[in-house]
Design a protein around this ligand. Structure first.
Ligand code: FAD
Length: 336
């Protein structure tokens, strides 16, 4: 591929991880994003192959993908200036036998005390710090704007940002659960239209509540620079991002139960984000159907942070024509 610019549409975790991966391989690119709050900022930032695999009872192949995503994090975080916290994650109460059995069957190390199961296999980032580190590393390559159209010309893609147009040899669609950009090839548009939005509500408590991630039935509580986060709902089909009072109450109650503490007066700011998901729960990473030089970094469901560096590496490999990682096939948009 020549040195024509690469345009990445969207500066959530997937767009920025892809951009940073290209940047550290010495490639020039531009990332275009309106700069509003997105799902990546709202998230808890857990890099959690073990807990996510056991809670969702995923297949061994799926767990291997999660583990591969996690294993890229230490080097990626060090290169990007992201603080990667390596602290225990604990499951409390409810189906302790099942959780333990699933963790062990999937090859994750865990220890048990009563109905508490702890693993050291999961990490965490603070999404605000991580997004800001990535943007800082990318500097002027991150531009505020909304892509309003994409059209194929003879040899490249014409990307419209309002009245402005850019010619790009490769375009990466990293638009989260957002609508398909106008002008995409039909096959790519159909795939994007099929992404399911899943609303997630989460609360930011202005006080330290835990020193490690604690999960249980109905809620998790995780440390965050600002205090703690209490999460999170999975509400398929919803795109609204205003906090819902009833949900806040339910999550808060579930969190106190998980912590085995009586409710205390804590200032909690509630917010919601929308995750995109495919039918098999895995992201679309790689060449988009129907377009030469059109790529996708989309729909990681509730594991966008976990899978960000893996998606970024897969997309960068396709752009550079490098041999694909072993995991690339499972995430190939062409699988649908
Ligand atoms: C409450 C909650 C908790 C979560 N916790 C975790 C967790 O602990 N661990 C984890 O791994 N994952 C977690 N997730 C999931 C994770 O946040 C998502 O999977 C991830 O953020 C998706 O990233 P993305 O880049 O695909 O989308 P987004 O973060 O939504 O980014 C997409 C970006 O594209 C931009 N965009 C859209 N259309 C255009 C356009 N036309 N032009 C320009 N820009 C455009 C949007 O404005 C947006 O900034 C959580 C999610 C939620 C909601």
């Amino acid at each position: 591929m020549s040195s024509s610019p690469i345009v990445i549409v969207g500066a959530g975790v997937l767009g920025l991880c892809t951009a940073f991966e290209l940047h550290r391989r010495g490639r020039a690119m531009v990332v275009i994003d309106p700069g509003e709050v997105n799902a990546s900022l709202v998230a808890a930032g857990m890099i959690a192959p073990a807990m996510e695999s056991a809670i969702d009872d995923v297949s061994p192949d799926h767990a291997l993908l999660f583990r591969a995503g996690r294993d890229l994090w230490p080097a990626f975080a060090a290169a990007a200036g992201i603080v990667l916290a390596h602290r225990p994650a604990e499951w409390r109460g409810g189906d302790a036998d099942g959780m333990e059995a699933r963790l062990r069957a999937l090859g994750f190390k865990a220890r048990r005390e009563g109905d508490r199961i702890t693993t050291d296999e999961d990490y965490q980032v603070d999404p605000e710090q991580a997004l800001s580190a990535l943007k800082q590393a990318l500097g002027e390559a991150v531009v505020i704007g909304r892509v309003t159209g994409i059209a194929r010309t003879d040899r490249s893609w014409r990307v419209s940002v309002g009245d402005l147009t850019l010619d790009a040899e490769a375009v990466v669609l990293a638009t989260g659960a957002g609508e398909a950009v106008a002008g995409l090839p039909e096959a790519a548009r159909v795939l994007i239209d099929g992404i399911q939005p899943i609303r997630g509500q989460i609360g930011v408590a202005a006080r330290d509540l835990v020193d490690h991630v604690v999960r249980g039935p109905g809620a998790y509580v995780a440390p965050m620079a600002s205090g703690a986060v209490i999460g999170a709902t999975m509400e398929p089909g919803r795109r609204d991002t205003g906090p819902d009072a009833e949900t806040s109450e339910r999550l808060a109650q579930a969190a106190w139960r998980v912590l085995d503490r009586s409710p205390e007066p804590v200032d909690i700011q509630w917010r919601a984000g929308v995750r995109g998901a495919t039918a098999d729960g895995l992201p679309l990473a790689g060449a988009a159907p129907g377009g030469q030089g059109l790529l996708m970094a989309l729909a990681p469901r509730r594991n966008g942070w976990l899978l960000g560096p893996l998606v970024g590496a897969i997309v960068a490999d396709v752009i550079e024509g490098r041999a694909a990682l072993m995991e690339a096939r499972a995430l190939d948009p062409g699988r649908f």
